[in-house]
Ligand binder design. Structure first.
Ligand SMILES: [Mn+2]
Length: 387
């Protein structure tokens, strides 16, 4: 079978800005060029938010209708730990199988957007379970584990304990920080992944990469759009196709994506920066490029922000400067490299450790507060919050 993989599409990313259509256009192009596949896999972060705006949800559904309208050969024939009764009636369309990612995870009992799309009939949602597909000749089993907080990834995986199914081409799909491919605290080591599968897919890491594990291909599909705007984000974004007959994986670069540039300068020579910007912008860009300018050892008395306005018709410019003299100023969120949520989680975790309190309860409290469930928090703190 031929499998299309679109990961970390982050639908709804940069809403309200000039880049708000980029995520949708990337998925659209992936479907336009990739829907000759038999199955579509989405290894997490289809959405940028766990509670997407109605506009985002509707646009996602308009995109997910496309695989349903293509005549497909593969059908879901069996579920492992998964009730597939309602999918057995689907006799056309290319099946879409998805897991939720870090951006979509909600606390137990609250519907995440991937589950919501499953309820609406657009896709099959996996979390510690699997489905078997057949095209009449070949069987493929997709095993999926949606994202869990990094510190629990190893134990959840062990408890689930997935086993390859005999007679099937077995694909394991997860969405976690995996070492050595990225760095995060308490993350999963690649060697903790179960062995014996034919193909491994790991969402979450935004830079695409192909490697191997246990002698079998392992791909990090990467994101469809740059979100963090780091030095590494200049690498091309795209979707993947895998062929289960050969085990080959192909990365297909998106053609219509917005170009991203990362430029570093030292010192405060504004003319030099302008020259470089002109040089970049003399090239032909179908969409306004995003240019991230990082200035080191900058003079705090010179402002660079007017560069944004000078070039605003031709580029989206993001400027950050490190000053030569330490002057007191608040760090921007971008510089902190944290979201407010991540910063809050970090503080909470440190406090818990300091006071030797039960980590699980306090993280639950934090998640409940994020969902505005204060009444549940009070119950939990008072000791009768068995939820
Ligand atoms: Mn992501």
């Amino acid at each position: 079978m031929k499998i299309l993989i679109i990961s970390d599409a982050h639908l709804g990313f940069a809403q309200g800005t000039e880049r708000e259509n980029d995520s949708f256009e990337s998925v659209e192009e992936s479907f336009q060029r990739g829907l000759d596949a038999d199955v579509v896999l989405i290894p997490g972060d289809l959405f940028d938010s766990k509670v997407p705006k109605t506009e985002t949800l509707v646009r996602a559904m308009q995109l997910l209708i496309k695989p349903m309208l293509v005549e497909g050969k593969a059908k879901i024939i069996e579920g492992i730990n998964k009730d597939i009764k309602k999918y057995l009636f689907l006799n056309s369309g290319v099946p879409v199988i998805a897991i939720h990612g870090t951006h979509e995870r909600r606390i137990k009992g609250l519907l995440n957007p991937i589950e919501a799309l499953e309820k609406a009939g657009f896709l099959v949602y996996l979390h510690c379970n699997a489905v078997i597909l057949s095209d009449g000749n070949e069987k493929v089993c997709v095993h999926g584990m949606s994202t869990v907080p990094d510190q629990y990834a190893g134990s959840v995986l062990k408890e689930w304990n997935p086993k390859p199914i005999e007679g099937c081409y077995n694909i394991l799909m997860i969405h976690q920080s995996v070492s050595p491919f990225m760095y995060a605290e308490h993350m999963l080591d690649v060697n903790e992944l179960p062995k014996g599968f034919d193909f491994y897919i790991c969402g979450h890491i935004h830079e695409a990469k192909q490697t191997s594990y246990d002698g079998k291909p392992l791909i990090i599909p990467g994101s469809l759009i740059p979100t963090q705007l780091t030095k590494e984000s200049i690498n091309p974004k795209g979707f993947w196709k895998i062929d289960t007959k050969t085990g080959e994986a192909e990365f297909i670069e998106l053609k219509k994506q917005r170009k991203f540039y990362y430029e570093e300068f030292t010192g405060s020579d504004k003319e030099k920066i302008k020259e470089r910007l002109k040089e970049i912008l003399s090239k032909n860009h179908e969409k306004k490029p995003v240019i991230r300018i990082k200035i080191k050892n900058a003079d705090p008395h010179i402002s660079f922000q007017d560069l944004k306005t000078i070039f605003e018709n031709k580029a989206i410019i993001i400027i950050s400067a490190e000053f030569k003299e330490e002057i007191y100023r608040a760090k921007t969120m971008e510089e902190q490299k944290f979201s407010v949520q991540e910063a809050g989680e970090k503080i909470l975790r440190e406090e818990i450790q300091k006071h030797a309190l039960d980590q699980k309860i306090f993280e639950r409290v934090f998640e409940l507060l994020l969902e505005n469930r204060q009444e549940k928090v009070l119950k939990l703190v008072e000791g009768d919050g068995n939820d």
